[in-house]
Design a protein around this ligand. Structure first.
Ligand SMILES: [Zn+2]
Length: 939
């Protein structure tokens, strides 16, 4: 169920991808502008470029070979690692000191022959970063025909004295041959977008032609999993509005679509603004701090768990007017209204107060926690989100263009001269330092990596860097006393566990349960290829280094920052397997070398290729999808529910055997009491048991939608389970909550029954979810082996909302998929039980309508199913997945079971603005109360 709970979702590196030039270009005085018009492909290198010498073509630099590099190191161990578009040399490639960008560029060029030389490869300086140990990272970006090649970057790394330590790069050597004039025009690209959206998503989008521009992207046009040739191409970027608005979604108001030069629609990414002219023009946002002075504020806020917290943070006061503003002058962070900034000409309307007594709670907590995240990085010399002290804007009351609140907390990229983060009052994430430091780190990673395609491994690594630094920041803020590894620990809805990934349906190792194989078409619905899922691999390494290896929090902060600095856009998990130990040596932390090695082994970081054999307690379920429209969009998630019938049988038999042998410890404790107790005890327990039974039946009836006259639980309880569980409103229902008036004893009995049931069924039901892999056709899901009943739930999300628009449920029986039911999501959300109620006996029979029952019986009699026995029937009704194997299911029947969603008219709805909660001032009276309370306690 968790897949569509995307509360902390997207670090919108996508926004960077969606057109913003890396902020870093400014530092080198080179502004590569991709601003463009729809008529041509003119791309300019703006002012400042004349001073930067046009990079020399590669052929004029003397190339050095791998052998020379090795010889240079006096025969010492140096590895030239070249795989998957990444070239990594873990030692010097020059004997001379590197004392500046020019030296670094010359060295980089001298080894480009090892990275697949192309004479057209050119580079511009991006920035130079110095880490806490004084090591330098000279970063260059690749350009081609004066256009940035996204994902093309070189990092030359030296120590404080200029001694070269290594080089990491992912460059594009197979540059597009197509002359851009031979491809489709901007107008044709825009039409292709309209057509695609109409056809596959049934919506008309509004194109914003003024932002259509040409760019170079690494895209695999063939979508072939086996081929590693993910070369770069010129592509058109076309911006449109987000068809569903941001209504009910955790997304941004615009979409950036990518269309190849031959007119093929590639994919889309959400964007917060369509292009960012002001940002590109080096717009200075500092004006918001003019005439301001710092003043302290201390107040109280209510946390979502009902407790109260004191918050102290410096805010700003306008010296001219005396008005107070929610912002921090020292760190250059302000809180402003989201709507005004995003939908009303980028106006920065700051939260203000005439008396500095009360502030919007979410705004205040966000400011407070982003200040703490800021300080966490400042302590290692990194200033602001991007290291360049760019002002930070917290967009409070995140909403869509109609003021409808959007549930999210994310980094939204650099917009209009600000590094933007969004905060929403409909979640409690602003009170979580780990979450806000996570978002802050997205800005850091996006900056130091120059580009992150935010999909598959690349996105998972990005997410993990944020989780890791977010958690370390949170732990350090608490003097390291806190040792829980839960992300969003201070929220009522935590999202991940770094130490126990399975608790949140994340894999413990590559190709473990829940592992998300790479996708070819990243969508919000397939989590861009598992970016919030596979992040657990790296998260666990960080956890093990600290928890098992004893790495100190300060050391961990530095180490992971250095890893961030050393990574290149194409760094995947496999490269990290080589890069992490190298960075550990560079950071002089070799005492953790063994732990790191063990951790890399444990999470199987290097084992990216799908194994041919799985562990004994794992297996792979494979389904090749029919090539129908329903599966075309990738805006769907497939869930496979498998019931391990063998395990269930084993568990049940244990209970039966126990009871037969007179050992009742296998039953809930109250049963034992009941059986062994005397008559009085039994009488005493009768009523609570009856009460518990009625409550259970109530829950059961609600679940089954029976409208019997007794035991019907009131409907109010469904409200509480929240939207995310709307599909199965009863799933997370706690029967103990069903009746407020239940006696304590009955509550205990219910709890015991629940614990007993959950132990009994633990591991028996496995829910996996997946989507089409890189071939766009095959779903590969790691599952538990055993005899299973595959039930497939195909949930279609037309937008990225939490509620699916359509659900089809199919069960796999006798080698074929059968339609269980088709449910309209809206109906599901409103009244699932009623829908299920309508599901009649005939529907059940219809499941088998296409089956030749006579033939089945004949097969049974003929012994095809091991005679007419329980095993025979099981053979027919279940699928046996043998340990360690790959089981392929036929897709027969899927093409008729799962049909594309019907088109739907969008309703215009007006929303009201609901004010957020306010903090309370710290008054003298309050202080007095506190002193009294303390005195009392002391007494
Ligand atoms: Zn994130």
């Amino acid at each position: 169920m968790r897949k569509w709970k995307r509360t902390i979702s997207i670090g919108m590196v996508a926004a960077l991808l969606a057109g913003a030039v890396p902020a870093s270009a400014e530092s080198a005085g080179t502004e590569v502008s991709m601003a463009d018009n729809s008529t041509g492909t003119e791309v300019s290198i703006a002012a400042g470029a004349e001073e930067t010498e046009k990079p020399e073509p590669l052929k004029s630099v003397r190339k050095i070979s791998e052998d020379e590099i090795k010889a240079m190191n006096g025969g010492a161990d140096v590895t030239v690692w070249q795989e998957r578009d990444v070239l990594f040399v873990d030692g010097p490639c020059t004997e001379q000191a590197i004392l500046g960008e020019a030296d670094a560029l010359a060295v980089a060029k001298s080894v480009m022959n090892l990275a697949g030389e192309d004479e057209r490869m050119e580079f511009v300086p991006d920035r130079t970063i110095t880490d806490p140990d004084g090591n330098r990272y000279y970063i260059f970006q690749q350009i081609y025909k004066d256009t940035l090649v996204w994902g093309g970057a070189v990092k030359v790394i030296t120590d404080a004295d200029g001694k070269m330590l290594g080089l990491n790069c992912s460059v594009e050597s197979a540059l597009p041959e197509t002359d851009t004039e031979e491809g489709i025009t901007a107008a044709q690209a825009e039409e292709a977008v309209r057509k695609y959206m109409r056809k596959t998503e049934n919506v008309s989008v509004r194109v914003l032609p003024e932002y259509t521009s040409l760019t170079i992207l690494p895209v695999n046009l063939k979508f072939d999993i086996e081929s590693e040739d993910e070369t770069v191409h010129f592509v058109w970027t076309v911006y449109t509005d987000h068809p569903s608005g941001a209504e009910d979604s955790a997304e941004l108001p615009f979409l950036a679509h990518y269309v190849s030069m031959n007119g093929e629609y590639l994919y889309q990414m959400p964007a917060i603004v369509p292009g960012d002219d002001a940002g590109k023009a080096g717009y200075d946002a500092s004006y918001v701090f003019e005439f301001m002075e710092s003043v302290p504020y201390t107040g109280y806020v209510d946390l979502s768990d009902g407790s109260e917290m004191e918050v102290s943070v410096d805010v700003m006061r306008d010296r001219r007017t005396g008005m107070y503003y929610l912002g921090n002058l020292e760190r250059r962070i302000v809180v402003a209204d989201c709507y005004e900034f995003l939908y009303n000409d980028n106006q920065v309307v700051m939260e203000y107060s005439p008396d500095n007594l009360e502030w919007d709670q979410v705004g205040l907590l966000s400011l407070y926690n982003y200040c703490r995240a800021y300080d966490y990085y400042k302590e290692i010399g990194w200033l602001g989100g991007d290291g360049a002290e760019t002002p930070i804007l917290i967009l409070n009351n995140f909403c869509d263009g109609r003021h409808k609140e959007v549930n999210n907390a994310c980094y939204a990229g650099k917009v209009h001269g600000f590094q933007c983060f969004v905060a929403s009052k409909i979640n409690d994430l602003s009170q979580c330092l780990d979450v806000l430091a996570h978002e802050f780190t997205h800005c850091v990673t996006g900056t130091v990596m120059t580009y992150n395609s935010y999909m598959n491994d690349y996105g998972a690594i990005n997410e993990a860097m944020s989780d890791i630094q977010g958690k370390i920041c949170d732990m350090m803020a608490d003097d390291g006393k806190r040792d829980n590894w839960i992300l969003g620990a201070d929220s009522m809805t935590p999202v991940r566990s770094m130490s126990d990934p399975h608790d949140f349906q994340q894999p413990e190792y590559t190709w473990d349960l829940y592992y998300y194989p790479a996708v070819s078409t990243p969508t919000a619905v397939n989590d861009y290829g598992g970016v919030h899922t596979n992040s657990s691999l790296l998260n666990q390494i960080a956890y093990m280094l600290i928890d098992k290896g004893g790495m100190k929090l300060e050391e961990a902060r530095k180490f992971w920052f250095m890893v961030d600095c050393a990574m290149v856009p194409k760094t995947d998990y496999v490269q990290l397997g080589t890069l992490l130990p190298w960075v550990l040596r560079m950071a002089d932390m070799t005492q953790y070398g063994q732990t790191l090695e063990n951790a890399i082994q444990a999470v199987r970081l290097l084992e990216k290729q799908m194994p041919e054999h799985f562990d004994e307690d794992r297996a792979l379920l494979k389904v090749s999808l029919p090539a129908t429209e329903a599966f075309d969009t990738n805006n769907w998630v497939m869930y496979i529910y498998s019931l391990d019938t063998d395990l269930l049988k084993e568990r049940l038999m244990k209970v039966v055997d126990g009871v037969l042998a007179g050992d009742y410890s296998c039953l809930p404790p109250f049963m034992e009491e009941l059986i062994n107790g005397d008559l009085d005890k039994r009488v005493e327990m009768a009523l609570p048991i009856l009460e518990a039974a009625i409550t259970l039946m109530g829950g059961y009836n609600e679940m089954m939608g029976t409208d019997s006259d007794w035991g019907q639980a009131d409907d109010g309880s469904q409200e509480d389970s929240g939207e995310q569980d709307a599909l199965f409103p009863w799933m997370d229902e706690d029967p103990a909550d069903a009746s407020d008036e239940m006696s304590e004893e009955a509550g205990r009995i219910l709890e015991e029954i629940e614990t007993w049931l959950s132990e009994l069924f633990e591991d028996v039901l496995f829910i996996g979810n997946g989507s089409a892999g890189q071939d766009g056709q095959t779903v590969n899901m790691v599952v538990r082996p055993g005899r299973t009943i595959p039930v497939l739930m195909h949930a279609v999300f037309k937008d990225v909302s939490d509620t699916p628009d359509q659900v089809a449920v199919a069960v796999y029986v006798a080698g074929k998929w059968f339609d269980l039911t088709q449910l309209e999501a809206d109906a599901v959300a409103e009244d699932a039980s009623q829908k299920l109620e309508e599901f009649s006996e005939e529907d059940f029979l219809a499941i088998f309508a296409g089956t030749d029952v006579e033939q089945m019986l004949a097969d049974l009699m003929a012994g095809k199913y091991d005679k007419f026995s329980l095993d025979g029937i099981l053979d027919l009704l279940t699928v046996e997945i043998k340990p360690g194997t790959i089981k392929e299911l036929d897709s027969d029947g899927l093409e008729t079971v799962v049909i594309p969603p019907p088109s739907e008219e969008e309703a215009e709805i007006e929303y009201e603005i609901v004010p957020g909660r306010k903090s309370r001032p710290k008054t003298e009276e309050k202080e007095l109360q506190e002193t009294e309370a303390q005195t009392e306690m002391a007494a």
